[in-house]
Design a protein around this ligand. Structure first.
Ligand SMILES: O=C(O)CCC(=O)C(=O)O
Ligand SMILES: [Fe+2]
Length: 207
């Protein structure tokens, strides 16, 4: 399904954005053609959910769509989600990212993924860190982006330095290594005039 060329091309090496904690972006994960097919298939075939979130006593639908997929139940904003079974495209994306990271000497054991669908620029995600106890003390999270480029914004919890944006082009992988979740928060701000984007944030949940 996936071209081995995109895995072997040295131009596709990782771009370190932070050394400590490690934050690295890898371009060209699937190849342009396969990434476009993955975006179209996932958009059409997943059973997208838009659960409500309680904020100041009122329930609001989250400003995006989502699907939890994988092997483990997951708690998020006080709610428990039962995951759906692996979709073949998501399995293919997981294999591609495992292969890419293994080339860098990084072994991962992702068993769950939160898939986010941003239909337009007003869809977004608020400030958070992915530090739920079931992810263990030093979660490693790999975020794959398909479709419209939306920056992820980071800020230091202790304000030691300024907040910064990380571009997430189509078909890129952003690896948030050990320490990113404990030292920083991230959000996906709204943007004008953006089209469909789907992100897949792979996690290892302790079963
Ligand atoms: O869509 C993104 O780039 C961010 C997603 C995210 O932070 C998450 O799934 O926890
Ligand atoms: Fe996140």
């Amino acid at each position: 399904m996936l071209s081995i060329m995109s895995l072997l091309d040295p131009a596709h090496g990782g771009m370190p954005l932070l050394d400590s904690p490690p934050l690295t972006r890898y371009p060209g994960l699937l190849g342009q053609h396969e990434a476009a097919r993955a975006l179209t298939c996932l958009d059409a075939e997943l059973d997208w959910q838009q659960p409500g979130l309680r904020l100041f006593g009122r329930e609001h639908p989250i400003p995006r769509h989502q699907v939890w997929m994988g092997d483990a139940r997951y708690r998020y904003s006080g709610q428990e989600f039962a995951p759906v079974a692996w979709h073949p495209w998501v399995t293919a994306i997981r294999r591609a990212l495992e292969a890419r990271l293994e080339q860098e000497g990084i072994r991962t054991d992702f068993n769950s993924v939160l898939i986010n669908r941003y239909a337009h620029g007003q869809h977004r995600m608020g400030w958070h860190s992915d530090n739920e106890p079931e992810l263990g003390p030093t979660p490693v999270i790999a975020a794959v982006s398909l479709g419209s480029d939306r920056p992820l914004r980071f800020r230091w919890k202790d304000r030691r330095a300024s907040a910064f944006n990380v571009d997430q082009p189509d078909d890129s992988l952003l690896l948030m290594g050990a320490g990113v979740q404990s030292l920083l928060e991230h959000c996906l701000p709204d943007r004008r005039h953006r089209g469909l984007r789907i992100s897949l944030t792979f996690r290892a949940i302790r079963l």
